[in-house]
Design a binder for this molecule. Structure first.
Ligand SMILES: [Zn+2]
Length: 235
C-alpha cells in the first residue's frame, strides 16, 4: 500500500501533463486567421490593381483622342489659312470645325487632368495594399513557423510523458489502475488530488484533519468527501 499512492500520484501528474499539452496544441494559433486576412487583402489588392489599369487605359485612349483632335485642327487650320480656300462659305465651315475641335481638345485636357488625379490616388491605394499584403504574408509565415515549432515541442514532451507513463504502469496493481482510470474518466481527468494545507487542490474544499492523518498513515486510499478524488500529500 505505501508505494501505491505515490505511484498513482506520479501517474496522475503524467496524465495531467499529457492533457495540458493536448489542450495547448489545440489552442495554438495555426495561422489560419492570418491566412484568411491575407487572402482578403490579396483580393482587395487585385481589385485595386484592376481599377488602376482601367484608369490608365482610359487615360491613354483620351490622350490619343487629344492628339488626333489637335492634329485634325492643325490640318484644318493649314487648309483654312493656307490661301487655297476662296469660298467664304467653305472657310466659315472650316472655322466652325476648328472651333469645335478646339473645344473638344480643351474638354479632353480637363478630363486628362482629372484622370491623372484619380490615377495618382489609385497608385497610392495599390501601394498601400501591397504593403498590407507583404505585412500579412510575413505574419502568416511567422505564425505557421511558430505553430510548427511549438506543436513539435509539445508532441516531443508528450512522447516523453508517455514513455514515463509506460514505465510507471507495471508498478501499479491492476485493480487499482482500473479504478484510477475509471475515476479519471468520471472526474474530468483528475483521479488523484494533492492536499495543500488543509485544502483539496481539485475542489478547494477543506479536508478534515482526521482524514489528513489517514492519508499520511498511508494504509488506505482516502477520498475527498466533496469531489471523491483520491487525496495525496506531498513531502
Ligand atoms: Zn476535493
Amino acid at each position: 500500500m505505501s508505494e501505491l499512492l505515490p505511484r498513482l500520484w506520479e501517474l496522475q501528474q503524467l496524465d495531467t501533463g499529457l492533457r495540458q499539452r493536448a489542450e495547448w496544441i489545440a489552442n495554438l494559433d495555426d495561422g489560419s486567421k492570418a491566412r484568411a486576412r491575407l487572402a482578403e487583402a490579396q483580393a482587395a489588392l487585385d481589385a485595386a490593381r484592376e481599377s488602376l489599369s482601367q484608369l490608365e487605359a482610359t487615360y491613354r485612349r483620351k490622350e490619343l483622342d487629344l492628339q488626333s483632335a489637335d492634329a485634325e485642327r492643325e490640318q484644318k487650320a493649314k487648309k483654312a489659312y493656307g490661301g487655297t480656300v476662296g469660298d467664304a462659305k467653305e472657310l466659315s465651315a472650316l472655322e466652325k470645325k476648328i472651333a469645335e475641335l478646339k473645344r473638344r481638345s480643351s474638354t479632353l485636357e480637363d478630363e486628362l487632368l482629372a484622370l491623372m488625379d484619380q490615377i495618382e490616388a489609385a497608385r497610392e491605394d495599390v501601394a498601400k495594399r501591397e504593403a498590407l499584403v507583404t505585412k500579412l504574408s510575413n505574419l502568416a509565415k511567422q505564425l505557421a513557423a511558430e505553430y510548427t515549432k511549438d506543436r513539435a515541442r509539445f508532441e516531443d514532451e508528450m512522447e516523453a510523458l508517455r514513455q514515463q507513463r509506460e514505465a510507471v504502469l507495471p508498478q501499479i496493481d491492476p485493480a487499482a489502475l482500473r479504478e484510477y482510470e475509471a475515476m479519471r474518466a468520471k472526474l474530468d481527468g483528475v483521479a488523484v488530488a494533492a492536499v495543500d494545507g488543509d485544502l483539496c487542490t481539485s475542489c478547494r474544499n477543506v479536508v478534515p484533519s482526521a482524514m489528513i492523518a489517514r492519508v499520511k498513515a498511508g494504509r488506505e486510499l482516502v477520498k475527498c468527501q466533496n469531489c471523491r478524488r483520491i487525496l495525496y500529500i506531498g513531502e
